[in-house]
Ligand binder design. Structure first.
Ligand code: FAD
Length: 414
């Protein structure tokens, strides 16, 4: 049986960031993934690093909006009408968290980890030689209607209050300076503290850094059982058995399923999103854009171009929905002269690991000494990855944490 100090189940951005931070603390680490590393939600996401997204999804009115949009299959936020007791139970708990006071408190907590991660990212890129097209130039939110701009006012006031810097740019002036955009922009809100990278390259860089520093990554090896005792933990599946002093479950949207085998209830549901990747059009926006009325994110890199987004609650549905993919292109065409690139390279979906309070679960699994959870990052796993890795390494190694871990403690759901 293979043995290491820490076994990490799941090789997405979160599992790999935990692995790297633990190696820095002198621990031997083995990452085990059911597929290829970075093959889950970490693969085709938009790659934006966004303290500007501090306000949680669990917000006043968000459940009512989801219910209203149930009959609009290409809406950006969609709840598929179907019988799924786990999803409806999750929705109910999500609704209970969608209060004004939770919204504010969760935004403050999320900003702490987002900012810590954002601050650490340039150093990680440098130290580990992560060749991932990292660009710290910020992210711009584009508004074409006064109504949407006004509706965003509440969130902007919250962000301002908790210390997220932003600038308002007049729409016409912005379009003069950004030839990729069509006329008709009312205003742009720029978040200069945001950044972007190419996520698949980021994951590949993290995996390489783990291997170069002596960590082991085992791919195509699904873990189907975990036995946790006082002496350590054993993870096993049809293709192997792995023993560790400690074990971290970092299986993203699959975490609830794996945890059920340990009789742990983790309120995490897959929040399905889509992206389309193209070769780079001749005219691309200089910074990543959030096309606000259509909730479409536009990311361009030297190596390509991507439209992404939508939030669909349809359980573990693994089909590519044509209507929702088309909605990305239609939405982008309202804002951009060249909404798509010359060659369509990939159509993709990913399951975001969404917790009911939209805060990640980071810490010891309730009732287990050597079993840890690092999951539930929702829309922000890439953005929170470096700080998550560092915090998990501090907790597992018994060091003073650089962030207050209490709000992330999985025991809040026990
Ligand atoms: C359309 C879209 C756009 C997004 N844009 C952004 C963005 O711009 N910025 C941002 O910060 N975030 C973004 N996200 C969210 C981000 O992608 C996720 O939060 C993040 O990837 C979660 O990482 P993870 O490591 O927890 O999960 P994953 O990347 O899903 O990794 C989990 C891994 O666990 C493995 N696994 C599962 N079960 C088992 C098992 N039983 N045994 C072994 N291995 C197992 C899987 O194979 C997988 O590789 C976006 C997501 C989507 C869908």
């Amino acid at each position: 049986m293979d043995r290491s100090d820490v076994v990490i189940i799941g090789g997405g951005v979160i599992g790999l960031a935990c692995a790297l931070a633990l190696i820095e603390q002198g621990r031997s680490v083995r990452v085990v993934d059911a597929g290829r590393v970075g093959g889950g939600s970490s693969h085709g996401n938009c790659g934006t690093i966004t303290p500007s997204h501090a306000a949680p999804l669990a917000a006043p009115g968000s459940v009512a909006k989801a219910l209203r949009w149930m009959l609009t299959p290409d809406a950006p936020f969609y709840l598929k009408p179907r019988f799924d007791p786990a999803l409806w139970g999750w929705m109910l708990r999500f609704a209970r968290h969608s209060t004004r006071s939770h919204w504010r408190r969760a935004a403050e907590i999320r900003l702490q980890i987002l900012q810590a991660a954002r601050d650490a990212l340039p150093e990680w890129v440098e130290r580990y030689g992560l060749d991932c097209e990292y660009d710290p130039a910020g992210v711009d939110y584009v508004f074409r209607t006064e109504k949407d701009l006004q509706d965003f006012g509440d969130e902007l006031a919250l962000l301002d209050d908790i210390g997220v810097a932003y600038e308002r740019v007049d729409g016409a002036a912005y379009v003069r300076d950004e030839p990729a955009l069509r006329d008709g922009v009312v205003q742009v809100v720029r978040f200069p503290g945001d950044a972007r990278l190419r996520p698949n390259l980021y994951v590949a860089g993290l995996a390489r850094a783990v291997r170069e520093r002596g960590g082991t990554i085992v791919e195509e090896c699904e873990v189907t059982a975990i036995e946790a005792g006082d002496g350590g933990v054993v993870a096993s599946g049809p293709d192997g058995q792995f023993r560790g002093r400690d074990l971290i479950v970092a299986t993203g949207a699959w975490s609830g399923r794996l945890a059920r085998r340990l009789r742990l209830r983790i309120p995490v549901q897959p929040g399905k999103g889509y992206s389309i990747t193209y070769s780079r059009p001749s005219l691309v926006p200089r910074r990543p854009l959030v096309l606000h009325e259509r909730s479409v994110c536009v990311s361009s890199w030297d190596s390509g171009y991507r439209l992404g987004s939508t939030m669909e609650f349809s359980g573990y549905d693994s089909t590519l929905n044509r209507r929702r993919l088309d909605a990305l292109e239609r939405g982008a065409a309202e804002y951009l002269h060249e909404p798509v690139g010359p060659v369509k390279e990939e159509e993709w979906y990913g399951w975001r690991p969404l917790s009911v309070d939209d805060l990640p679960l980071l810490g010891r699994a309730p009732g287990h000494r050597h079993l840890w959870l690092a999951t539930g990052h929702g829309m922000l796993g890439v953005s929170m990855s470096t700080a998550t890795g560092r915090l998990m390494s501090e907790l597992v190694c018994g060091l003073d944490p650089h962030l207050d871990p209490a709000p992330f403690d999985p025991a809040r759901f026990a």
